[in-house]
Write a protein that binds this ligand. Structure first.
Ligand code: NI
Length: 174
């Protein structure tokens, strides 16, 4: 297992559409372990393969509370079959967009069909935080980020700010 580097905006890879996985083989299983390790280390609750530069339709999620037992979930080739009319609003952040939180309204409930780590087709109906997180991660597989919910002007301001931060390393005085 290894911790992967998470790519951040404005890396163009984040805008690409990930390819479906044809078979869950050893490479995919290793990637999934790395995704979990990278997500836990970064204190995120979800991570898509594209965020570590791999264009495969694979994502991992764990929305359990810090003090609870871990609840790792892995979704391969996830496909949303149904979305509720009722919506929910969360303030969302993204490991690929440092220090940025945006209020986003999404359908509250979603029904998803996916392949699990053993190659079995599964269905899951989710609500609340899991539903929002899953929709956020599936957006990643289609090259869509939370800043795409904003106007171009606001989006450009955020990208400019992050690009500037990348060029200027943290200044310390010791
Ligand atoms: Ni994200």
């Amino acid at each position: 297992m290894s911790i992967k580097h998470i790519i951040t905006v404005p890396d163009e890879t984040l805008k690409k559409i990930s390819e479906p996985v044809e078979k869950v083989g050893e490479n995919e299983k290793k990637l999934i372990k790395d995704l979990f390790e990278t997500m836990y280390q970064s204190k995120g609750i979800g991570l898509a393969a594209v965020q570590v530069g791999v264009l495969k339709r694979i994502l991992v999620i764990d929305v359990s509370n810090k003090n609870e037992k871990k609840e790792p979930l892995c979704f391969i080739n996830p496909k949303i079959n149904k979305l509720s009319d009722e919506t929910a609003i969360y303030e969302e952040g993204c490991l690929s967009i440092p220090d940025t939180f945006i209020e986003i309204e999404r359908p509250k409930i979603c029904e998803v069909e996916y392949v699990d780590i053993n190659g079995k087709i599964k269905n899951l109906k989710c609500d609340g935080l899991l539903s929002t997180c899953l929709q956020h991660e599936i957006n990643h597989l289609d090259g869509k980020l939370i800043i795409d919910h904003l106007s171009k002007l606001k989006r450009d301001i955020i990208i400019k700010k992050i690009s500037k931060l990348k060029k200027n390393p943290d200044r310390i005085l010791v």
